[in-house]
Design a protein around this ligand. Structure first.
Ligand SMILES: C=C(O[C@H]1C=CC=C(C(=O)O)[C@@H]1O)C(=O)O
Length: 464
């Protein structure tokens, strides 16, 4: 940051005493900083940090210290919209340079559903979005710093910012200890297979699909090192990176699935459903891809997801665009059937009403949506919390991007709970679905370097 030019802008700011916060927005492209250095510098802020990187790199945002938040125990779109407007209204936003690209954002989302939560999700509320004190936009190399206006000396702030940036830049990055995994075990594996069988028997002409998830529990010898995770999360391409600390919990996801994004009144979303494993063997992979693109069960599973998303967004749209035949989405460990969808939004559309309507898509819930959601709430073991939930970035206007928290885990002091599910339709086979969930655990097992089977507890794996 050129101090001189920022000083020029600072001198022309009049603090607005009717506002609670001031946000300074400035370029940081002169500094060599990255996510690891930022997290290393702000180690004292543990429990109040996030990192959200979108699949296409539209966003690569890190937030440190939740200075203010909007939250609700129930998801009422109008109430959340009002809280968002009230929060942005408290902020005096000042740009310290011309031609800046990023926008001030809130990060957060909603829980999967309102099933009363076990203790493990206590740190997270039904709906919450956070305004960070420090928001680093690594894509555009810009910074937003938000501070209370009361008692503020603006000139000192600019010295503080350049001091902090210089220190971040010189942070030493050294080898991080990998978490020592003591054991891993599937939670109720046999019961889950029975549940799948029961669902297959319950499905009919009306109740077409339900997504059933299961969990894997990993225990560490000592506390999981967060900086180690940050480094490991850089590894996988073509997925979102979601790293979300709140209190004593950390939710981590490497999801391939966008829920939707809105930019310039255009909504972009996709249907992702229907899967097959990706192997190291090129010949076998070609056979897998060919099978997936032509398999009736997977094509049906995909079509119900696509049609449901389209009917959910239709009331908000004045034009829809998508192809009838699905494409392939190639992730590191898995292939999915994939249909990109675009919609031009009506003028009065708002992001929270769309979010409420579209989530859960049948890729994570089922069809019909209400019936499937009830089934999951009643029959699935445990609470999903942020697994398969919408998480993302919102702005003062309607622009936003939400991902679906798949391929994910919840980390507490000395444990990680991994989540994976799959779409059950008529004809699904419990053993095959079990194997598919195994594949979907791989991204998080890989982050923890816990892919080896030797770590499985020899005792009854359903015993938790
Ligand atoms: C529910 C999950 O994946 C969904 C997303 C893509 C493909 C899916 C499938 O083929 O079953 C699932 O619907 C999960 O990863 O936990």
């Amino acid at each position: 940051m050129s101090l001189e030019s920022s000083r020029y802008f600072i001198e022309h700011i009049n603090l607005d005493v009717d506002k609670e916060y001031i946000t300074l927005h400035l370029p940081i492209d002169e500094y060599q900083i990255d996510e690891e250095k930022i997290f290393t510098y702000f180690k004292e802020s543990k429990g109040s940090r996030y990192w959200f990187k979108s699949k296409d790199n539209t966003y690569n945002v890190i937030g440190i210290n939740y200075i203010d938040s909007i939250w609700r125990d129930r998801f009422v779109p109008k109430a959340v919209e009002d809280s968002k407007a009230a929060l942005f209204n408290k902020i005096q936003q000042e740009a310290l340079s011309k031609n800046l690209k990023s926008k001030l954002s809130l990060f957060g989302g909603t829980l999967f559903d309102d099933k009363s939560s076990t203790d493990e999700w206590n740190d997270f509320k039904m709906v919450e979005f956070h305004l960070p004190e420090w928001q680093f936009d690594l894509k555009n190399q810009e910074l937003f710093l938000t501070r209370p206006i009361k008692g503020l000396v603006l000139e000192e702030l600019i010295e503080e910012i350049s001091g902090v940036l210089a220190e971040i830049e010189t942070e030493e990055l050294y080898e991080r200890d990998k978490p020592v995994v003591k054991s891993k075990r599937d939670i109720f594996p046999n019961e889950w297979k029975k549940l799948v069988q029961e669902a297959v028997e319950n499905l009919d002409q009306d109740f077409k699909k339900v997504v059933l998830a299961r969990q894997k529990l990993i225990l560490f010898e000592s506390r999981a090192k967060r900086l180690y995770l940050i480094r490991r999360l850089k590894d996988e391409m073509d997925t979102y990176t979601i790293y979300y600390e709140k209190g004593n919990s950390t939710f981590v996801s490497k999801t391939p699935e966008k829920l939707f994004s809105i930019k310039d009144s255009e909504l972009t979303t996709n249907a992702i459903a229907g899967s097959i494993q990706r192997l190291d063997d090129q010949v076998q992979n070609e056979a897998h891809k060919d099978f997936l693109l032509n398999d009736d069960k997977n094509l049906f599973e995909h079509k119900v997801v696509r049609d449901s998303i389209i009917s959910d967004i239709a009331p908000f749209s004045q034009g829809l665009n998508y192809k009838k035949i699905p494409q392939l989405l190639e992730n590191r460990y898995i292939y999915h059937l994939y249909t990109p969808i675009q919609a031009m939004l009506k003028e009065d559309a708002d992001e929270f009403s769309i979010l409420k309507q579209i989530h859960p898509t049948p890729a994570v819930g089922g069809l019909p949506k209400e019936k499937a959601s009830e089934y999951i709430k009643e029959r699935e073991y445990g609470t999903r919390g942020l697994y398969a939930a919408p998480l993302g970035i919102i702005h003062e206007d309607i622009e936003c991007e939400f991902a679906v928290g798949l391929r994910s885990m919840l980390i507490a002091a000395k444990s990680a709970t991994l989540f994976a599910g799959c779409g059950i339709v008529k004809g699904s086979d419990p053993e095959e679905e079990f194997m598919e969930t195994e594949v979907k655990f791989t991204p998080m097992l890989n982050v923890l370097e816990a892919t080896t089977n030797e770590l499985y507890k020899s005792s009854d794996s359903s015993d938790i």
